[in-house]
Structure formats: C-alpha cells, structure tokens
Design a protein around this ligand. Structure first.
Ligand code: FES
Length: 325
C-alpha cells in the first residue's frame, strides 16, 4: 500500500473521549479532496494493522473544497485500547503521521426522485462520517434528518458546528435523559422504507437499527452502515477449528481472535480491507460447518445459505469449519 507522511496541524478536544485531529501535507500543499464517508488509513507504530478514521466535514465549504489543505479526523479513546487510540490521543501539533490511501466504503447514494429525506443516525464517534454526509447533503440542497446519540450531553461532539450546519434537521439524544434517549424503533416508525438510512456507531446500535429497518420493510440497498470498531469478542465466544482446504492447513481460532487473525498468525497472507465485516474483501466459501455470521455485507439469503463467510469478523456455530482457502 502506498503511504504518505502528513503532519498534525491541530488537535481539538471535543469530548472527554474524542479528539479531532487536523492533518496537513508536509509543505502545506493541497491534499486530495475526499467525499463524505471516506476514511484515512493510519499506521500506528507497533501495531501490525492500520487504523481507519473517517474524514470530518463540518461545513459546506469543507465538503466542496476541491483542494483542501487540511483533512480532519476524529478519534475516540477506546477502553480498553489495543494501543491505537491511545497513541492517536497523544498526538500534538507538529507530529508526523503515516497514512495510507483513502477509501470510501460508506458513500452517499446518488439523488433519485421520490427517495424522501435521507435519515442519518450516529452514535458516539460515529458522528464523524455522518457529519460529512450532512455537509454533503446540505451542499446538494437535499433534505435530511440527523439523529445523534451518546451516553450523555457532554459526550456529544462538535455540537455547535453541527447545529450551524444542520439547523432544525439536527436531533440530539442522550442515554441518561429519559425524554431524549434514542428509541430506534419509534424513530423508524416516523420514516418510510423508500428513504435511505445511514447508521454509524457501536455494534449494538447498528444491529438494532438494521433489525428495526428490516422489520419495517427497508430493503438492504437503502440501509447503509459503518461500524467504527473492528471485530471484538462477544460473551460466550468459543475456540473452534478451521481447515483451509486449498492451503492444506488446519488452524485453531481462539475465542478472542478472528479467523483472519489466526491466518495471519500462521503466516498466511489473506485478503482483507475493512476488518469490520463491511467490504466483502475477505469473503470465503464454506465447504463444511455452520458459520456464525457477524458481518454487514451478506444479504439475508446469502446468510441463510451458509455457503459464504467474512473471515475478518464471523465465527463458527460448529466446532469445525472447512473453507475453500
Ligand atoms: S475485510 Fe471487509 S468484510 Fe472482511
């Protein structure tokens, strides 16, 4: 992967857990413009895998800038952290950061007549790409509603800028306030399946939003999600065995590791990109065993067939899986 070294220009403490970090080219030259939903891949010293951070646009001018001098990202300090977010939170102006090619796996859909206002839902630092979508929709004069939720008011980031950008379209929710807590089912009852829905936040929020949308008739191509954390072990996860039949290898996948991580530890060179079950790059064919699907890539019918698996995040319901890898 091609990488570049950029420089931290500014760090803003947005909440007790979220820092917004400005990055510039070494000599201040123009950076490539990035559409809403795009993310930067950041190399963290000492960690083998890159960290992905979405670009934040908080104004129409930022969204439309053809030659931006600064790209802003927002980073939540994870608890516990594998080291990436702690390192990112120690950055200060002047520090160097190595970034890989930008990607966009959460793009805004093209405008179609009859779609209705776009519905944007963000949880915590998931506001990062959602804010950029709000800026892009505003720039295109397309209607939207943005629902932004966090554990409490003081954990809602960039609120002043969001209010200036969104006006009446912004709806703030705090988990510790009974009258403002986000109720996804009640929220989706107010919208129609013809509207495009974008959700970025923790896994529980995404799962609940996807389930509520499907139950109300939303088609998968109108529900767009982005998870801001990588695969995490869930309570009850157990070790299992994976045979990579084409490679002639059998691996043990511990309860706290993914199939992808087990393959990397065994010296394989698997294909992957997002490591969050969203892009489909790591997909493999299941020859034996029953997958435990945890991705957001497969359709319901593909899931039900049990013939495909995203090895970056999904696990096994059986003690053994055989994959065509
Ligand atoms: S790497 Fe993207 S779905 Fe697995």
């Amino acid at each position: 992967m091609t990488t570049q070294t950029w420089t931290v220009s500014d760090v803003r403490v947005e909440t007790p857990l979220i820092h917004r970090i400005g990055l510039v080219a070494p000599r201040g030259e123009a950076l490539p413009p990035l559409a809403s939903g795009a993310h930067l891949q950041v190399m963290v010293p000492g960690l083998p895998e890159r960290r992905c951070y979405s670009i934040v646009h908080l104004t129409v001018a930022e969204s439309l800038d053809p030659a931006p001098r600064t790209h802003w990202i927002a980073v939540r300090r994870e608890e516990p952290s594998r080291g990436g977010s702690v390192w990112m939170h120690q950055l200060k102006a002047g520090d160097a950061v190595t970034v890989g090619e930008p990607r966009n796996e959460f793009p805004l859909h093209a405008a179609h007549a009859g779609d209705g206002p776009t519905v944007l839902i963000a949880g915590g630092v998931g506001i990062t790409p959602i804010a950029s979508h709000a800026a892009a929709l505003t720039a295109q004069a397309r209607p939207f509603a943005l629902h932004y939720s966090s554990r409490s008011r003081d954990h809602l980031a960039m609120v002043d800028a969001l209010q200036a950008l969104c006006g009446q379209a912004l709806h703030l929710h705090a988990d510790d306030e009974a009258d403002s807590r986000l109720d996804l089912a009640a929220l989706l009852d107010r919208y129609r399946p013809s509207q495009h829905l974008y959700v970025c936040g923790p896994k529980g929020m995404i799962n609940a939003a996807v389930a509520a949308a499907r139950a109300r008739g939303w088609a998968d191509d109108h529900v767009h999600v982005e998870l801001f954390v990588e695969a995490a072990a869930q309570q009850g996860d157990a070790a299992f065995e994976v045979e990579l039949r084409a490679s002639g290898m059998t691996l043990q996948v511990p309860a706290d590791k993914t199939i992808l991580e087990a393959m990397e530890a065994a010296g394989c060179d698997p294909m992957f990109d997002c490591r969050r079950g969203e892009c489909g790059v790591c997909q493999a064919t299941v020859l034996e065993g029953v997958p435990d699907h945890r991705d957001y890539f497969l359709s319901d019918s593909e899931r039900a067939s049990g013939q495909l698996i995203q090895v970056c995040i999904s696990r096994a319901k059986t003690a053994r899986l055989v994959l065509d890898l």
